[in-house]
Design a protein around this ligand. Structure first.
Ligand code: TYD
Length: 204
């Protein structure tokens, strides 16, 4: 039986990364094979493309083409084989991030993104998307000044308002796939929401 594909989304600073590891442990303890991966990235080629997207100056079309090129390699070499083995794939960001960041944040044409999505994914979509939603000001305070920001983290609050609206539009277009989590809550309360969203699915 094909495995399940679960993606983690939200603006930078939403706190999704810790919950990916927690969910991986929780699923493994229940006997599931689990692959944890991320986008852009997850293969040697896609990790090289990630470095470019996060640090090299370029326009929104270049960003979109590079993240979809990375996604193609990732799907072919990691995600599809894992799902075919019956593993659960937990992916830190996927195509909703492209609609949110390149579409919403950068204002790039979402009709073009939708064509790229069709070409690259051939119908593959996540079974569940956990959207860690919180206000951009709260996320910015969490990110703090701990490290040098990449090209996205360096954006202002208005950019993240548009990214958030991009996620909201994707969730409204496919409400059955999305679980919107209140990510401003403390970590244990967010984890409860993650667990509840996953357990509510009929597959386990
Ligand atoms: P992120 O997933 O937040 O990783 P980290 O926690 O290590 O910083 O960083 C990836 C960045 O890439 C994030 O700012 C969003 C951006 N991004 C896009 O702009 N488009 C995409 O399609 C994807 C997958 C990510």
């Amino acid at each position: 039986m094909s495995g399940r594909f679960i993606t983690f989304e939200g603006i930078d600073g939403a706190g999704k990364s810790t919950h990916i590891e927690a969910l991986a442990g929780w699923l493994r303890a229940r006997g599931h094979g689990v692959v944890v991966t991320r986008e852009p990235g997850g293969t040697p080629l896609a990790e090289q493309l990630r470095e470019l997207v996060l640090h090299a100056p370029m326009d929104a079309l270049c960003e979109a083409l590079l993240v979809f090129a990375a996604r193609r390699d990732h799907l072919q070499n990691v995600i599809e084989p894992a799902l075919a083995r019956g593993d659960t794939v937990l992916c830190d960001r996927f195509t909703d991030a492209t609609f949110a960041y390149q579409g919403g944040g950068r204002g790039f044409d979402t009709a073009v993104l939708a064509r790229l999505e069709q070409w690259v994914q051939q119908g593959r979509q996540p079974d569940l998307t956990l959207w860690f939603d919180l206000a951009p000001a709260t996320a910015a305070a969490r990110r703090g000044a701990a490290r040098t920001p990449d090209r996205f983290e360096a954006q202002d609050e208005a950019f993240f308002d548009r990214v958030r609206a991009g996620y909201a539009a994707r969730a409204a277009a496919d409400p059955g796939r999305f679980a919107r989590l209140q990510a401003a809550a403390d970590p244990s309360a967010v984890w409860q929401q993650v667990q509840a969203a996953v357990e509510a699915r009929p597959w386990w």
